[in-house]
Design a protein around this ligand. Structure first.
Ligand code: PRE
Length: 268
């Protein structure tokens, strides 16, 4: 997790600072979906190749991850998958000797590198989310579509895996509360300890508002008939309700799963 813009030192690990990082990722998630929504579903990009081969999008993601990982060979700071929140979808494809270099301050317990919910993210994205924000149709731009899907997958995955930092902060703030549940492997108690429903409600309302604001068509014509120039949802590039549903049904639950999985191993 990078320091805030302008700050050189590693940010103080606090719940407020980590939550700020989650808020900043919202912008990237909204804009990634807006960019993908420029193309229709393009179902051919997801169809396995003849003979049980891989789909174009899977081929693209595997190759892109391997390339990004190799970048660390040339310029260690440029490589990907060196930060606990940057989790590959196909780790088995990455050159093992590059995976992931420990060049970042060790803020988290080493078990962080074992926590991944990317399989669930992959299934959610293609089976549930993509049909909600892309229109039926095919424009033949499969390579660009795959690249935009990869961008969506990466930013959603990064947002969810920042949950490792949230869990670490919560543990450090109240080890006496978390340790008994960790030792008892009590997932339900851990989930109750780390859940803040009021925060979740604010997140849902904020991402919906960001989709409505970032996704509106800006014109120079006076829109006197529109209250405060707020876009009508039907005119937004991505339905704002899709963003609140994404966070409510998938992003925040998966973030909490990451927190629980990290905490269960925190005392190893
Ligand atoms: O901010 C927190 O406390 C988090 O754990 C993050 C998060 C989220 O995914 O946005 C998840 C669980 C909480 O109930 C609230 C919010």
């Amino acid at each position: 997790m990078d320091a805030a813009a302008g700050q050189q030192q590693e940010p103080q690990l606090s719940l407020a600072a980590v939550r700020d990082a989650l808020v900043r990722e919202e912008d990237s998630v909204v804009f990634a979906l807006i960019e993908r929504a420029r193309h229709p579903r393009n179902a051919s990009a997801y169809t396995p190749a003849a003979g049980g081969g891989r789909s174009l999008v899977e081929f693209f993601v595997r190759e892109a991850e391997a390339l990004q990982s190799k970048a660390s060979l040339l310029l260690p700071s440029a490589g990907r998958y060196q930060k606990p929140e940057d989790v590959p979808f196909f780790p088995q494809d990455l050159p093992s000797h590059l995976f992931p270099a420990k060049s970042y301050p060790k803020v988290l317990h080493p078990v962080a590198s074992l926590v991944s919910v990317n399989d669930a993210i992959w299934k959610m994205y293609f089976n549930e989310l993509l049909p909600l924000f892309t229109v039926d149709g095919d424009d033949g731009n499969y390579a660009e579509t795959a690249a935009l899907d990869f961008a969506c997958l990466q930013v959603i995955s990064r947002r969810i895996h920042i949950g490792k930092y949230v869990a670490e902060v919560k543990f450090r703030d109240a080890p006496q509360d978390y340790s008994p549940a960790i030792q008892a492997k009590d997932k339900d108690t851990l989930m109750n300890l780390l859940t803040f429903k009021a925060v979740e409600e604010k997140v849902k309302r904020r991402v919906e508002k960001k989709a409505r604001t970032f996704g509106q068509n800006v014109t120079l014509e006076d829109s006197a008939n529109k209250q405060e120039n707020v876009a009508e949802d039907s005119g937004c590039k991505v339905d704002p309700k899709v963003l609140s549903k994404l966070y409510d049904q998938w992003v925040m639950p998966l973030t909490k799963d990451v927190e629980v999985e990290y905490l269960l191993r925190r005392l190893d």
